[in-house]
Design a protein around this ligand. Structure first.
Ligand code: SF4
Length: 382
């Protein structure tokens, strides 16, 4: 079983963030842990546990800033999960954490989270340039991020992932290169490299459009952003990473098994306020309001996912992986003749953007900047 667990608390809100976030200063963490335990009890009551002989294969605790919950809180949550299903002996158990003032936004020491069972940490570094970090309103400096990573390693964390961002206001090819070079020296196992998106109704949207702030929040041109993406791939490859998804690179053997399950279109249970799950042909979203969630952890919406939508998702997510889609498996699962069903799309893109290799359909790396148009053609036809 694959489980995502959402923790909404953050110390402050970053200007670009459109996630469901609750500021830590308003409290509610103890009640939240209790509501999570209640949700676990309610959801597991309906699950046939004999279908999961491998136990919990991955647990990803994302946010928000999950490291703001104490290690004891996680001990309580893990015990509650394990009342129903044990962790697999090789389970991947990830904690998202942010560097912050005084090195970290962790409620406990890095060692304390290892002791309760976490074995992978994903750190929201974003940039190793202090001007860019300020533009993103991150609470840490580049130096604090590096010190935090050093403290994680000293505490015994051996599976560390970094989030890095390109396309930041005022970022230049040179400053991005410097961030990449510094990141390469940090001896981490995984990097997620995201292009900044200016989401609607975020403070960043205002800053990039308001005349008074516009000059300071000038976004790099689209061509420059694409160039930064490829520069990122090249630089991280030189440092020993391999790309396994559009935005994710890992050292050999260190791919995120939890995220691979998303891209393999697998089921996952989602727990927590505003969490999105995909479970036994249903897509569901827990209510995006902490008060309502505390009152009823099962409040939210769900929608059936018909086979046509499952097929679309299998294509969209599968082509994100550098390994692509295994056509025979897809054809068997959905009872289709792929080459016949998508003959027009293949005719249009095969060769330049898509390639077939030993039964796998692969989106070429050079096609990633135009992938939205290609994937749209798979969904709507040409
Ligand atoms: S730390 Fe992450 S979740 Fe929290 S406000 Fe910033 S971007 Fe959003």
């Amino acid at each position: 079983m694959f489980i995502y667990l959402h923790v909404p608390f953050c110390v402050s809100r970053c200007v670009y963030c459109d996630f469901y976030v609750v500021l830590e200063k308003y409290g509610g963490k103890e009640a939240y842990v209790e509501a999570l335990c209640r949700e676990i009890e309610l959801r597991f009551a309906d699950i046939d546990l004999s279908s999961f002989p491998q136990g919990i294969q991955t647990l990803y605790v994302g946010g928000g800033t999950p490291s703001l919950l104490s290690s004891q809180a996680y001990q309580r949550i893990f015990q509650q999960l394990n009342r129903y299903l044990p962790f697999a002996p090789d389970a991947e158990i990830t904690l998202e954490a942010n560097p912050g003032a005084h090195y970290s936004e962790m409620a406990d020491s890095p060692a304390a989270y290892l002791a309760v069972g976490f074995n992978r940490v994903s750190v929201g570094v974003q940039s190793l340039n202090n001007v860019e970090l300020k533009k993103l309103s991150r609470l840490h400096t580049a130096e604090e991020a590096v010190a935090f990573l050093v403290s994680l390693k000293q505490a015994g964390w051996h599976n560390i992932s970094l989030d890095l961002m390109y396309g930041i206001p005022s970022q230049t090819p040179q400053s991005w290169r410097e961030t990449l070079q510094k990141a390469a020296l940090l001896d981490v196992q995984h990097v997620s490299m995201y292009g900044l998106k200016v989401e609607e109704n975020t403070p960043l949207e205002k800053l990039t459009t308001l005349r008074a702030a516009k000059a300071q929040y000038q976004l790099p041109e689209e061509d420059a952003v694409v160039a930064m993406y490829f520069e990122g791939l090249e630089s991280l490859r030189e440092a020993g990473f391999q790309r396994y998804e559009f935005s994710n690179l890992a050292k050999p053997g260190c791919q995120s098994r939890h995220n691979l399950n998303y891209w393999n279109n697998g089921d996952y249970l989602a727990l927590g306020v505003a969490a999105h799950g995909y479970w036994q042909n249903l897509r569901y979203e827990n209510v995006r309001d902490l008060t309502q969630y505390l009152a009823n952890p099962l409040a939210g919406e769900s929608q059936a996912c018909p086979p046509s939508e499952k097929l679309e998702n299998a294509i969209i997510f599968g082509l994100r992986k550098s390994s692509g889609i295994h056509l025979h498996t897809l054809e068997q699962e959905f009872e289709i003749d792929f080459k016949e069903k998508y003959a027009d799309v293949l005719k249009k893109y095969q060769g330049q953007y898509l390639e077939l290799q030993e039964g796998w359909l692969i989106l070429k790396e050079s096609a990633i900047p135009v992938s939205n148009a290609i994937l749209a053609d798979f969904l709507t036809g040409i």
